[in-house]
Design a protein around this ligand. Structure first.
Ligand SMILES: [Zn+2]
Length: 785
């Protein structure tokens, strides 16, 4: 009898005994105080689970920027896993109502599974969710309870234990290095993703980084998940966990069906957390749903969920006194009860294990509700696609065949196509994007101008801070002419890009030359690099190409990790520029002109460049900035013929510390990066119109009027040569701008002669997140000035 029972158990839970526990494998409980994980051990654990259980498959979906394996686990009943091709085919068919009629769809909805993707620790200092992934996978595979049975039966779980494995190791190494010192729990003094750091979740429509691309190619575009749940952490002093509903504004191209389902799922998760006795659960707070840079799936038929747990100090517990809890936040007051924050957390000890426990409940709830609502979610998914395909206004978009910048045009079209947008060839050589296709809302969002609401905290009050930026109009960012049309346009098959040879001149006109260099499109002149010899060539305003000395570029890298510095490295590498990263000490050492022709300071506050971390804030070796000594060395560098390039807020350093005679009409406080400021002027990531002073080397290859990326950007009154100037009116091209009057007629870019050299001030981010191909030309021109 005993034997028969164990056979029965073995049949119900095959191999369960062989599944290693997290404790036995890692030597500690997940989320235990002062424990951090190594990526190879996490990947190894998932492989061990896959060897021990037939309910999980683990695959490598790509490599990270630093070459680590990016992995995804697929978890479901063994029977489901045996027929994954069948379920993928169902998803594929439901995704396209042009191929699947209502009757077929209803049959597929009965048969299909709800596909739920959970992605962890894209922000590597928000480390708890990788611990949760380990424990949750183990529990789901080994615990027999009704909710888990429903999840395994009715869903397919795609679990990504980290979207940023490089960051897992960067943070783990730093944490161990500082453990037991006064710096325990600090963030590493370098970006936790090689190029973009925290901006790795601002990459989800331009798809620049290998982690983003692999996840889209291998998971999103193959599985079309009904739900993508991205797991994050927030500051330590507000709610313990946030879950949608989102705050307004929501991007208008996201289907209302998905918004309603998001509200339903998020509220169900909050209810389960409350039921489990967890305190400090906030919904409809702090986070809006505007920029698609974080929200790929919301434009591809899926619900996009987020949770934001309060952080400890990495894996180190903290004590929070009641008076340390924030008095107010967007959408709720963390010390008070409200409908969307029913049981305030009142302070005390907060540990990584608390975060893991909240996440275990939230994940189980998300998946169980997906199982419960399997049919509705699949039907909603099909319905959303039907509504996309039925779109009539506009009929579509036309990208003219003749453009100033064919390279940027191609990049725009390839970007759309990467996001599953179908593009056709117009009979006149144009590219045509009809809206009658499943992801037309995605294309529309990226091609149209954004009308961000005039969102004040209260009438006459300061602006309500957008969670990220307010504009995402690719044609303006890339300088590509795109027209919305309301009548059908004849087409002749699928659009395909031309493929010229490396280093070949693709097209030339009176104003521009375009080249492909080292596999990347380099748009505009005057610089290009021969991929064989590494030589640079430069064409002045008139005359033939002439070979010049390759510019020796330095890029400043302080100890406070700057995402804009990382993006700049990325752009330089993509376009074939060699560069040297210089730290504060190298700047102070002087003799800069002997080593470099150009020194670039990416967007960061002047104080970060000048002072960096104070002594005692970080270990010795990671404190200090360039200081007065560095400022003098930089001034001498320009006097001796070098070019200093300052981007956006770094320009304050040029004015304040190098003495460039320009008066910034937008003081740093009026730029209002957070709530409170910005009543007179607020430009939280918007596209603005400027006029260029053409006919100079800095504006070569550009038209007289362009749009620039403005993000809390300075503008100046000055007697110096102005390269770009705001018009008197009509500044806003896309997004949101308060205080047009402050900017009107002011300088947005200055070329200050200093001795034999120059200091170039950009009141913009000309290399914004690898998107602003139009103003990249201004930036590149400055490098070969
Ligand atoms: Zn985050």
């Amino acid at each position: 009898m005993k034997g028969a029972l164990s056979i029965l158990l073995a049949a119900a839970w095959p191999l369960a005994a062989a599944v290693p526990t997290p404790l036995s494998y890692f030597g500690h409980e997940m989320g235990a105080d002062r424990t951090v994980l190594d990526w190879d051990r996490v990947a190894g654990y998932f492989q061990a689970l896959a060897r021990a259980s037939d309910r999980i498959r683990v695959e490598e979906i790509g490599k990270t920027a630093e070459g680590r394996p990016l992995i995804a686990a697929t978890i479901a009943d063994a029977e489901t896993l045996r027929h994954l091709d069948r379920y993928r085919a169902i998803q594929e068919k439901l995704a396209d109502p042009r191929k699947t009629n209502e009757k077929e769809a209803e049959k597929l909805i009965t048969e299909g599974k709800a596909v739920v993707m959970i992605t962890c620790s894209i922000h590597a200092t928000e480390l708890a969710s990788t611990h949760t992934a380990v424990e949750f996978a183990w529990r789901l595979l080994t615990e027999d309870k009704p909710r888990f049975r429903a999840i395994l039966r009715d869903t397919i779980v795609l679990l990504v234990p980290s979207l940023n494995p490089d960051g897992v190791d960067i943070v783990t190494r730093w944490y161990r290095k500082t453990l037991g010192t006064q710096f325990e729990g600090t963030s590493p003094p370098k970006l936790y993703q090689k190029y973009v750091g925290h901006d790795n979740n601002r990459d989800w429509y331009i798809f620049s980084q290998p982690e983003t691309r692999a996840t889209i190619i291998r998971l999103h575009n193959v599985w079309h998940p009904q739900i993508v749940y991205d797991v994050h952490q927030q500051g330590a002093y507000g709610s313990r966990i946030f879950i949608p509903p989102w705050l307004d504004p929501t991007e208008p191209n996201i289907d209302p069906i998905l918004m309603q389902e998001t509200n339903m799922m998020g509220t169900a998760m909050a209810a389960d957390l409350t039921l489990a006795g967890r305190k400090g659960v906030a919904i409809h707070a702090a986070y809006d749903f505007w920029t698609p840079s974080r929200h790929y799936q919301a434009f591809h038929g899926g619900i996009r969920l987020l949770s934001e747990s309060a952080s400890a100090r990495l894996a180190t517990p903290i004590e929070v006194a009641p008076e340390q809890i924030e008095a107010s936040s967007l959408g709720y007051r963390p010390r008070e009860r409200s409908w969307n924050y029913l049981e305030p957390w009142t302070g005390g000890r907060w540990r990584m294990r608390d975060i893991v426990e909240d996440q275990l409940i939230a994940w189980e709830s998300c998946l169980y509700n997906a199982a419960l609502h399997r049919e509705e979610l699949l039907r909603g998914f099909y319905r959303v696609s039907q509504r996309q395909v039925a779109r009539t206004s506009p009929w579509g978009f036309v990208v003219a065949g003749t453009q100033r910048d064919p390279g940027a045009t191609r990049r725009l079209l390839e970007t759309l196509r990467f996001g599953m947008v179908e593009i056709e060839k117009g009979s006149d050589g144009s590219a045509v994007i009809p809206m009658q296709q499943p992801y037309s809302g995605w294309a529309k969002a990226l091609l149209e101008r954004q009308q961000y609401p005039n969102d004040l905290l209260y009438p006459g009050g300061p602006p309500k801070r957008p969670y990220d930026v307010t504009a995402h109009t690719l044609p303006l960012l890339m300088g590509v002419q795109v027209e919305a049309v309301n009548q059908p346009v004849p087409t002749t098959g699928e659009w395909a890009p031309a493929t010229p040879a490396s280093g070949e001149i693709l097209a030339a006109s009176d104003t521009d030359t375009w080249l492909r260099v080292n596999g990347a499109w380099q748009s505009g002149k005057p610089v290009w690099r021969n991929s064989t010899t590494g030589d640079f060539a430069f064409r002045p305003q008139s005359g033939n190409w002439k070979r010049v000395e390759r510019p020796r570029i330095a890029l400043y890298q302080g100890w406070m990790p700057g995402m804009d510095e990382g993006w700049t490295r990325w752009i330089l590498e993509q376009f074939g520029f060699a560069y040297t990263s210089v730290h504060p000490k190298a700047v102070q050492a002087g003799d800069l002109r002997q080593r470099f022709d150009v020194i670039v300071f990416a967007d960061e506050p002047a104080s970060a460049i000048a002072e960096g971390y104070r002594k005692g804030q970080m270990p010795d070796g990671y404190t200090g900035g360039v200081g007065t000594k560095g400022a003098e060395a930089l001034q001498r560098f320009a006097q001796e013929g070098g070019t200093l390039v300052f981007l956006n807020n770094a320009t304050d350093f040029a004015v304040e510390r190098i003495g460039i005679p320009a008066r910034n009409v937008t003081s740093p406080s009026s730029r209002g990066a957070n709530t409170g400021g910005g009543r007179e002027y607020y430009s939280p990531g918007s596209l603005l119109n400027v006029k260029l002073h053409t006919g100079t080397p800095l504006t070569a290859g550009l038209p007289a009027e362009i749009t620039i990326w403005s993000e809390h950007s300075p503008a100046w009154d000055t007697e110096l040569p102005v390269v770009a100037r705001y018009p008197e009116s009509g500044l806003l091209a896309s997004g949101w701008l308060l205080g047009e009057k402050v900017l009107a007629g002011r300088a947005a870019m200055i070329d200050a002669p200093v001795g034999r050299g120059h200091v170039v001030l950009f009141g913009m981010r000309p290399q914004y997140r690898a998107q602003s191909y139009l103003t990249l030309k201004l930036f590149f021109n400055a490098l070969v000035y």
